[in-house]
Write a protein that binds this ligand. Structure first.
Ligand code: SF4
Length: 688
């Protein structure tokens, strides 16, 4: 028997835990602790524990598929590549759109971006960060000049006060939750504001539930209280921030007095005052948020408001402080860093900057140039263009994404995909999206390749190859090189290894310039920015100065606006969506992991006990949940742990897909949809 351990990085959440894959006779069969990672010190959550179970699932795609007469038939790689090249050569650049993936490596995201902009010459490239943290990228960049989590995971344990708003950290980033516990054991006060009494909320010294979509009012109220009581960090504000007077004038309005914000948010005024006092007087406060803040039509406003609070209290560029935007997927930070966004190349270098455009055109050496120096469409805009302006976009290349379950208003998403003339999906399973494809390319999972991923704290870590992909499936970066070659651009994709691709990334990306595989192969790896090979990396951003050219932080005065859709007589409840600890996003991996699927085999809707009584609904009863966009039948979970008037559904489950109900209303800047608040009604299902 051949047995070996291969150290790698978890493929699920953005925490970036390390573990060993146990490989028996060439196949991954289990996981074991890897104790040298400072992030998780050998500990993992249930998803990490069972991260081997989907790898050799019988559902893995093993051969290319081409759809003929509405049915998939197996094909050779050459047949698939020939068809892809023939079709993509027939379209104009602006008729093509590409979606990259938070599930694949940095190297693969970089190549997809290069394929889109260099080979297809389209400016339309994006990925699912649009659906989770696009507001973070835009909001924190406007506030600090850099759109990423400011502090490190380890640093959270150093904090004297932890304020969690819009994050169920203990279920979604469990090993970051461990840092909150460590902070608490060190004497920190923990404040959690959330519409649900989550496992995170249960750890709090102060918990308050609120109506989804009232974040700006809450944050303005806290800032107003802090200023009225003189608890702001006057030195930080005077030396390092712009816009204080405008912010002060806004947050001191009567609208944001605790008694008035109690009416808007549902949080008792006394709790708002206590939270302000704790945050305002703590030696350091770490603010943690996730998609409860970002997934709103005011997502960018929400993010800027968290930044305002942390600047006001001097918690930027400081140990134990920071705006800790917890990125969802394992490599969503990396996919953004690699320029899989419609407005930037790698390292957030702007597409519309002529000098940057020339730099990439020169570095890549395409004889016929690259895409125009113009911003492209965001994924949500792509789908709207498909339905609203048929014929403008004709072909799409989707790598490792499943918009047919992850996008808002799934009926609209399906209608959009149906407008395409040609769809290629590169994935490891025949997902809900792959079923709509014309060509499906069988790809590799994290256990089958070398590469890097960048966690939420900007730590760039390695994947290592534990086994071969199944059947004829290939490593994603090799597929992308072969597609480029089929299109006539083999010379621009000459890579023999992931390391060669990474070295090219380092050359064109200032924040990764000092990184190489030798340096990343250490347990602690490196945080970006790491501008030179002798630079130690940067766990905490903005020490001494922010990343704007003048070094200043920018405070933004922001008024609260309600969600795009609010409850009314017909749809009287607010629906918010999210995840559970056992499953991951669209479930393509976790629902094929026997242990995880046994724990939670299907979805549910959480209904407050009083609401359920009024509706005559019992626990575990099947109900029909409806919004203006559709209906799903789903099991009721009647509980006191959700605010009256608010309901919750996880979005992992295709058979009761929460996103049939959600609203495609977008933040005007980030173009992120409002997953966290739409109006619904719930009815008993009566026999016909
Ligand atoms: Fe994986 Fe996140 Fe769990 Fe760590 S906390 S084991 S990265 S899912």
């Amino acid at each position: 028997m051949d047995l070996k351990y291969v150290q790698t990085t978890c493929p699920y959440c953005g925490t970036g835990c390390s573990f060993n894959l146990v490989v028996k006779d060439g196949k991954v069969v289990g996981t074991q602790p890897y104790k040298r990672s400072p992030v998780n010190e050998g500990k993992v959550c249930p998803k990490g524990t069972y991260a081997h179970e989907f790898v050799n699932s019988p559902d893995r795609l093993t051969k290319p598929l081409i759809k003929k007469d509405g049915k998939f038939v197996e094909a050779t790689w050459d047949e698939a590549y020939d068809l892809i090249a023939q079709k993509f050569k027939s379209y104009k650049p602006d008729e093509i759109a590409c979606l990259s993936s938070a599930r694949v490596s940095n190297e693969e995201n970089y190549l997809l971006m290069k394929l889109a902009r260099g080979v297809f010459k389209t400016r339309h490239v994006d990925h699912c960060a649009r659906l989770c943290h696009a507001s973070t990228v835009a909001g924190l960049a406007a506030s600090f000049g850099s759109g990423a989590m400011t502090n490190s995971i380890l640093d959270i344990a150093e904090s004297k006060c932890v304020f969690v708003i819009g994050s169920n950290t203990f279920e979604q980033h469990p090993l970051i939750g461990r840092k909150i516990v460590q902070a608490k054991l060190n004497g920190a006060k923990v404040i959690v504001f959330d519409p649900r009494y989550t496992p995170t909320a249960k750890q709090a010294d102060l918990y308050a539930s609120f109506y989804s979509g009232t974040d700006v009012a809450i944050l303005n109220c806290l800032m107003g209280e802090i200023i009225r009581n003189g608890w702001e960090d006057k030195e930080w504000v005077s030396k390092r921030a712009k816009g204080y007077e405008e912010l002060k004038a806004t947050v001191l309005k009567d609208d944001y007095l605790p008694e008035n914000v109690e009416k808007i948010s549902g949080i008792p005024a006394a709790d708002l005052k206590t939270a302000a006092e704790w945050i305002g007087n703590a030696e350091s406060t770490a603010l943690l948020y996730s998609m409860g803040i970002t997934q709103h039509t005011v997502g960018v406003d929400n993010v800027k408001s968290t930044a305002n609070l942390q600047m006001l209290t001097g918690n930027i560029g400081k140990r134990g402080g920071g705006v800790n935007a917890l990125r969802g997927q394992n490599n969503v930070q990396g996919a953004c860093d690699m320029g899989c966004l419609p407005v930037v190349f790698t390292g957030y270098q702007k597409v519309i900057d002529e000098a940057v455009h020339k730099k990439f055109a020169d570095a890549w050496g395409f004889p016929d140039g690259i895409c125009e120096p113009k911003n492209g469409y965001e994924v949500t805009v792509m789908f709207n263009v498909l339905t609203d302006n048929p014929g403008e976009l004709k072909a799409m290349y989707i790598m490792g994404e499943n918009p047919m379950l992850s996008d808002p208003d799934l009926t609209h998403a399906e209608h959009a995909l149906e407008q395409l003339e040609f769809l290629v999906v590169q994935d490891i399973f025949l997902t809900e999206t792959a079923q709509h494809a014309d060509v499906v390319l069988p790809a590799s999972c994290y256990a089958e390749k070398e590469g890097t991923q960048t966690s939420t704290e900007r730590r760039v870590q390695m994947w290592r190859t534990a086994q071969d992909p199944p059947g004829e499936a290939k490593v994603d970066w090799q597929i992308l090189c072969e597609v480029a070659a089929a299109m006539g651009y083999a010379a621009q994709f000459p890579y023999q290894s992931a390391e060669e691709i990474f070295n090219e990334i380092a050359k064109v990306t200032p924040s990764y310039a000092g990184m190489n595989y030798e340096r990343l192969n250490r347990p602690e790896a490196l945080h970006w920015p790491c501008p030179s090979v002798d630079h130690p990396g940067t766990p905490i951003l903005h020490i001494g100065k922010c990343s704007h050219p003048d070094g200043m932080g920018v405070m933004h005065p922001i008024e609260w606006k309600p969600p795009a859709e609010v409850p009314d007589a017909e749809y009287p409840y607010i629906l918010t969506t999210g995840r559970c600890i056992w499953h991951w996003h669209t479930g393509s991996m976790t629902r094929r992991s026997e242990t995880l699927d046994n724990e939670v085999p299907t979805g549910w809707i959480e209904i407050n006990t009083e609401d359920a009584k009024e509706l005559g609904i019992a626990n575990k009863e099947m109900v029909r949940a409806s919004s203006r966009r559709g209906s799903v039948e789903v099991e009721a979970k009647v509980t006191d742990e959700i605010k009256k008037g608010v309901m919750f559904m996880p979005f992992h489950f295709a058979e009761c897909a929460a996103n049939v109900l959600t609203n495609n209303a977008l933040d005007p800047i980030a173009k992120i949809p409002e997953f966290k608040a739409c109006a619904v009604k719930v009815e008993k299902i009566t026999e016909a």
